[in-house]
Design a protein around this ligand. Structure first.
Ligand code: HEM
Ligand code: HEM
Length: 132
C-alpha cells in the first residue's frame, strides 16, 4: 500500500497488482467503517453486558477502527500526508489491542472456563454465560 502511494505521488502508474491491493484496501476499509457504525447503532439500541475491562477494550477497538477509516480517507482521497502518520500509528495500537483481546478470549475459554468464546463461535448462547 505504501509503495503504491509512493508511485502515485510521483505520478507513476500502478501495476495491476498495485491497483488491486489499493482498491481492495480502500474498499475493505470503507466497508469496515460502515459495519462498525451499524454495529455501534445496534449496541446503542441493545447495550451489551460485559466486564468493565472488556467494555473499554471493545470501545477502544471501535474508536481505532474509525480513526483508521478517517485517516486513510484523508490521506488517500484528500492528499493530507499527516494523516498517513496517524494511520501507521493506529496500525500498532490496533495490533496491540487485538492481541490483548485474543489473549482475553483464550483466558476466558481455558482458565475461567466460561462460554464467552463458544458464544462468539455460535455454539453457545448468551444465557449459558449467565449460568456459568
Ligand atoms: C479499518 C480500516 C483500515 C485499516 C485497519 C487499515 C490498515 C492499514 C495498514 C496496516 C497500512 C500499512 C501502514 C504501513 O505501511 O505502516 C495501511 C496503509 C494505507 N491505508 Fe489503510 N487501513 C484502513 C482503512 C483505509 C481506508 C478507508 C483508506 C482510504 C480510503 C486507507 C488508505 C491507506 C493508504 C493510502 C495507506 C498507505 C499509507 C502510506 O502512504 O504510508 N486505509 N492501512
Ligand atoms: C482470533 C481472533 C479473535 C477471537 C478469538 C475473538 C474473540 C472474541 C470474543 C469471544 C468476543 C465476545 C463475544 C460475545 O460477547 O459474544 C469478541 C468480541 C469482539 N471482538 Fe473479537 N476476537 C478475535 C478477533 C478480533 C479482531 C481482529 C477484532 C477487531 C479488529 C475484534 C473485535 C471485537 C469487538 C469490537 C468485539 C465486541 C463485539 C460487540 O460489539 O459486542 N475481535 N471477540
Amino acid at each position: 500500500m505504501r509503495r503504491a502511494m509512493d508511485l502515485l505521488e510521483q505520478d507513476l502508474s500502478l501495476s495491476a497488482m498495485g491497483f488491486l491491493v489499493t482498491t481492495i484496501h480502500t474498499l475493505n476499509g470503507a466497508a469496515m467503517g460502515l459495519l462498525v457504525l451499524w454495529r455501534l447503532r445496534l449496541r446503542w439500541e441493545r447495550p451489551v453486558v460485559v466486564a468493565k475491562m472488556a467494555l473499554w477494550v471493545h470501545r477502544l477497538m471501535y474508536a481505532l477502527l474509525l480513526v483508521m477509516v478517517i485517516t486513510g480517507t484523508l490521506n488517500y482521497y484528500f492528499g493530507l500526508s499527516f494523516a498517513a502518520r496517524w494511520h501507521e500509528l493506529g496500525k500498532w495500537l490496533i495490533l496491540g489491542l487485538v492481541l490483548l483481546h485474543i489473549c482475553a478470549a483464550l483466558w476466558h475459554h481455558f482458565v475461567v472456563k466460561d462460554s464467552v468464546l463458544r458464544q462468539m463461535l455460535g455454539i453457545a448462547s448468551h444465557t449459558d454465560t449467565m449460568a456459568d
